[in-house]
Design a protein around this ligand. Structure first.
Ligand code: CA
Length: 224
């Protein structure tokens, strides 16, 4: 999934971005709310991690602004402000979770998985789609009960397709889920290559091509 981190502490921001990338996520990290605000318009993020003590505009201000604008993305506050009233204020302003520093990457990642799982309409920790099973915590994929070995990008692609399994997703949208702005531009056929691998490793019809629109998760049954 694609994460947006707003954190002005360089050491912490770098540690979060690095740690979450190592867990297979695409991560974009910004030091203030205005940059994050611009980023929100530029890519299909799955979840926001928001610090409160930020330069050029407090995190609470940005949270209220985003929710006021109708932004539905799951958002987790990660802050040093540990008062009960501050937690209540944050949650009431539209945060979905509130974590007090210091935290471990593992706990943050688990909470982000829980938020995204719920927004994807999945109640169970492991996601199901027909004979396909995916556990975002362990990255384990099973097809008809058998384990399937996927690379990091293939996992991210499968996750993006499963998170919106009833929708046709554009190529641009899927690329945004796979590649953050930190690395070099992906090859022009990168998405097609990953799709080809998913079909080969799972089932030829596990990804449907919708001509001129994009891709959707398929049934994995019948002809491709
Ligand atoms: Ca701060």
């Amino acid at each position: 999934m694609r994460l947006l981190i707003v954190e002005d502490d360089d050491l912490l921001g770098d540690a979060l971005a690095t740690g979450l990338r190592q867990l297979g996520h695409a991560v974009d990290w910004f030091g203030d709310g205005a940059q994050a605000d611009a980023a929100l318009a530029g890519a299909a993020f799955d979840v926001v991690v928001l610090d409160l003590g930020l330069p050029r505009g407090d995190g609470m201000l940005w949270l209220r602004r985003w929710r006021g604008r109708g932004l539905l993305l799951p958002l987790l506050i990660l802050t040093a402000r540990d008062g009960v009233e501050q937690r209540i204020e944050g949650l009431d302003a539209g945060a979905d979770d509130y974590l007090v520093k210091p935290i471990t990457i593992d706990e943050l990642a688990a909470r982000l998985r829980a938020l995204v799982r719920r927004s994807a309409g999945q109640a169970q920790a492991a996601w199901q789609h027909g004979a396909l099973e995916y556990d975002p915590a362990t990255k384990a994929v099973r097809w008809q009960g058998q384990p399937v070995e996927l690379t990091g990008r293939e996992l991210a692609l499968l996750e993006a397709l499963m998170a919106q399994s009833r929708r046709v997703l554009s190529k641009a949208h899927l690329l945004e889920k796979l590649y953050d702005w930190s690395g070099s531009e992906p090859e022009s056929n990168a998405l097609e290559v990953h799709i080809h691998h998913l079909r080969r490793k799972i089932h030829p019809s596990i990804v449907r091509t919708v001509r001129g629109v994009g891709y959707a998760l398929g049934s994995g049954e019948g002809a491709a």
